[in-house]
Design a protein around this ligand. Structure first.
Ligand code: ADP
Length: 280
């Protein structure tokens, strides 16, 4: 009986890794600009902002990919009415879902167990899962990839930043109150440590405009994001108010900026993508 083991030897493993790196780089090289959307805290509207920024870029005539690497709470499928969709693929490629021509979406939510089942994954497995996704997804040629990463400065944003060689930078989403701002400082410092440029800070849920009288009420105080951005020496991308229709659109699976293109909030989203458009 042969005592040869089916396990690959070191040389084979190195060769496999080299091929995987080349595949990942090859796929990423077909995308002109890649941007990571981060937040210090959960619930500040990061996925909402990612979806609307991606859609604003699409409306500006760019071909766009939106990648949701949130393993524990992917919300992009719900926000784009793509829940329950299945991905098509081959042995070496996974194809994104395209709800609109030139607007492609991949979410961990398409690959993970459905419903209330909790996903239990430690760091190394998260690293491999995200790398696999980056390597396998066949985006084709894109102008821009927006990567929506889970809150914080943990495994997910680090894996994305380390795996995509020429990431253009990060957009950090915050809310105006102090606790959220403190967490954003950590995000800015995270970017500095890994040499990732900060494209800017976007303050979401910044005041509430009463739909009846039009008066703006600053529920969480105001201007914290702007002050923090100036103190930390990073650009400020603007303020998105609390807008009840944003919530409705998220829950009904329609990009807000598509449903209400002329509102002040949509204008603020379009203003926020200007630094991205300047990259072209
Ligand atoms: P995160 O990705 O930071 O966890 P989400 O994008 O999932 O946050 O948003 C959390 C909730 O807040 C969602 O229900 C979303 O509809 C709502 N939301 C986000 N931004 C706004 C806004 N500007 N106005 C109203 N509701 C918002």
């Amino acid at each position: 009986m042969s005592n040869q083991c089916a396990m690959p030897n070191k040389k084979e493993l190195e060769e496999r890794q080299r091929l995987e790196e080349a595949q990942l780089a090859g796929r990423m090289n077909r995308i002109k600009h890649k941007i990571l959307v981060m937040s210090g805290k959960g619930g500040v509207g990061k996925s909402t902002v990612s979806t609307n920024l991606a859609f604003a870029l699409y409306q500006a005539g760019k071909s766009v990919g939106l990648l949701d690497v949130d393993i524990h709470g992917p919300s992009i499928p719900r926000m784009l009415d793509l829940e329950g969709k299945h991905l098509n693929g081959t042995d070496t490629a996974l194809f994104p879902i395209a709800p609109y021509e030139n607007f492609k979406v991949i979410s961990m939510g398409f690959l993970l167990p459905k419903g209330d089942e909790a996903v239990i994954m430690r760091g190394p497995l998260k690293y491999h899962t995200i790398r696999q996704l980056l390597k396998d997804v066949e985006w084709g040629d894109l102008d821009c990839l927006i990567v929506d990463s889970p809150p914080g400065t943990g495994d997910e944003p680090l894996t994305v930043a380390q795996s995509i060689e020429n990431l253009d930078g990060a957009i950090i989403v915050t809310t105006p109150q102090q606790v959220a701002i403190t967490d954003v400082r950590k995000s800015v410092n995270f970017c500095r440590k890994i040499n990732l440029p900060v494209i800017g800070v976007l303050e979401n849920m910044s005041g509430f405009v009463c739909p009846k009288c039009g008066e703006k009420v600053n529920i969480f105080a105001t201007g914290g994001g702007k002050r923090m951005a100036s103190e930390m020496g990073v650009p400020f991308l603007g303020q998105i108010p609390i807008e009840p229709q944003v919530t409705v659109c998220c829950d009904t699976g329609r990009p807000y900026i598509q449903a209400f293109p002329d509102s002040a909030t949509s204008k603020a989203f379009r203003q926020a993508i200007k630094p991205i458009l300047r990259l072209f």
